[in-house]
Design a binder for this molecule. Structure first.
Ligand code: ADP
Length: 453
């Protein structure tokens, strides 16, 4: 047994035990009380009946009849004179009876009263009824009943209660065992599953326990396990990619540095090699910067500070910024954006998105082609489109280009200074803005990226 099931079982047991105990004691007392009350009133009624007969005819004959009648029963009648001397008794008068008769009050009402009701401690319960003829007390009818009968009755009742109590206790224990099993068994399995997950075993199998809270917890653990597995695989792939990406420029740098420092290298060559080293270092620092950006996004430590941005001047400024490069590559860039459009974006981070897309369009286009940047509103959503007339992206690569380090043509994009991280950063930033990005492309006709906010 483990802790929670013990706790639940003990709590349950105590709660039901108290509840059952209280109700049993209550029931028990009620039954006893009403039984004793019944006996007492029937004793008093019997005494009153004798009294009535005596009041109708107070003769020796009648008294004898009453004595004979009462001798047949388990009660006993005693008739006394007003001064207390015994006139008649249906059986032998016991000492305890005399003791009870001594506590007779001064005045007794006509309907009689109970003289002794302490069935627990006394040998008899007793009642008294006065016999009144012509407004004068002629004597008293005492009725006695042995309390043994009541005691027997009650001990029988106690036995029944004990059996019922024990049975319900047994039943309760069985139910509690089943219930705690039912509740705690899945919990134990889940705790074992989470232990296995933390050790790196993600193949959790948990039983289906329905749609209650425990079932939901189980489902969450399964989801957690599969998420963790994906995350772990992603991390491994990511680390492998990083080390691979770092290795290439480092190999170049090491190789050229090695040749440059040789004695026989002339100055012209050395300058060339230093130039390559400088270029590769630039690529490395760009890679590291982008990795840092990605890491920040993964940790959610970067914040998006959205503000209402007037899109036309915003895009004009961006395009102005990149136009020297476009002039150099003889690529035309055309902006199409109505004046009245506004969007809630983080201007700094969104500029990074647009710059990345425009830069890609330029990198993968030939001179004398055109790039369109179109901003428009469709059904309340802002669409931002960057369309080029470049070489396009093969259809089989399209689904993967937003992955980290994914490049269509590895050697060519490396030469162009690509890291393969740009689009994955773009996608994360767009999604952090609550938007989506789509891509479509056809071979040698061009590529279109569309952001929908
Ligand atoms: P990179 O830094 O290599 O450009 P990206 O993540 O920005 O990395 O892009 C991933 C790959 O998608 C690129 O290597 C390139 O092959 C392809 N790509 C991106 N944009 C375009 C485009 N406009 N035209 C053709 N290919 C593109």
């Amino acid at each position: 047994m483990n802790k929670i099931s013990v706790k639940i079982a003990v709590l349950f047991f105590i709660a039901i035990f108290i509840l059952e105990g209280i109700s049993m004691v209550f029931l028990h007392n009620n039954i006893i009380h009403s039984r004793v009350h019944e006996e007492l009133t029937s004793l008093q009624t019997r005494g009153n009946n004798h009294r009535e007969i005596l009041e109708a005819s107070f003769h020796d004959e009648t008294i004898r009849h009453i004595a004979i009648m009462e001798a047949q029963t388990d009660t006993q009648v005693i008739l006394t004179k007003p001064d207390g001397t015994i006139y008649m008794s249906s059986n032998k008068v016991a000492d305890e009876m005399k003791k009870i008769m001594n506590i007779k009050p001064k005045s007794v009402p006509h309907e009689g009263l109970i003289l002794e009701d302490d069935w627990k401690n006394e040998a008899y319960i007793a009642s008294i009824s006065p016999v009144i003829v012509d407004n004068k007390i002629n004597g008293y009818v005492y009725m006695f009943q042995n309390t043994k009968k009541i005691k027997d009755l009650i001990s029988g009742l106690n036995q029944h209660f004990l059996i019922a109590g024990l049975l319900s206790l047994l039943f309760m224990i069985i139910i509690i065992i089943f219930l705690t099993r039912f509740v705690t068994h899945p919990l134990i399995q889940m705790s074992e599953a989470t232990k296995r997950i933390s050790k790196g075993d993600f193949s959790v199998s948990l039983p289906n326990v329905g749609k209650d809270e425990i079932g939901e917890l189980g489902e969450s653990i399964k989801v957690l396990a599969s998420d963790l597995e994906i995350l772990k695989n992603e991390r491994n792939e990511f680390l492998a990619s990083i080390s691979h990406e770092l290795r290439t420029p480092l190999t170049y740098i090491k190789g050229y540095a090695d040749i440059a420092r040789r004695q026989g290298t002339n100055n012209e060559d050395r300058d060339k090699y230093l130039g390559i080293i400088f270029e590769e270092t630039g690529k490395l620092s760009k890679l590291v910067k982008e990795l840092f950006n990605l890491a920040k996004m993964d940790e959610n430590t970067f914040s998006i500070e959205k503000e209402e941005v007037h899109l036309l001047p915003y895009f004009q400024t961006i395009i102005e910024k990149v136009s020297p490069a476009f002039l150099e590559y003889q690529i035309e860039i055309v902006l199409e954006c109505p004046d009245h459009l506004y969007a809630k974006i983080d201007p700094m981070r969104f500029e990074q998105v647009i710059l990345n897309l425009i830069d890609n369009a330029r990198k993968y286009s030939e001179p004398k082609t055109k790039i369109d940047v179109v901003v428009k509103r469709i059904d309340g959503a802002i669409h931002m489109i960057v369309q080029d007339e470049g070489k396009g992206i093969p259809e089989e690569d399209l689904p993967r280009i937003f992955e980290r380090f994914y490049r269509v043509d590895k050697s060519r994009t490396r030469a162009l200074g690509g890291t393969g991280l740009g689009l994955s950063i773009v996608k994360q930033l767009v999604e952090a803005h609550g938007g989506a990005i789509e891509v479509s492309s056809s071979h040698n006709l061009g590529t279109t990226f569309e952001i929908i906010l």
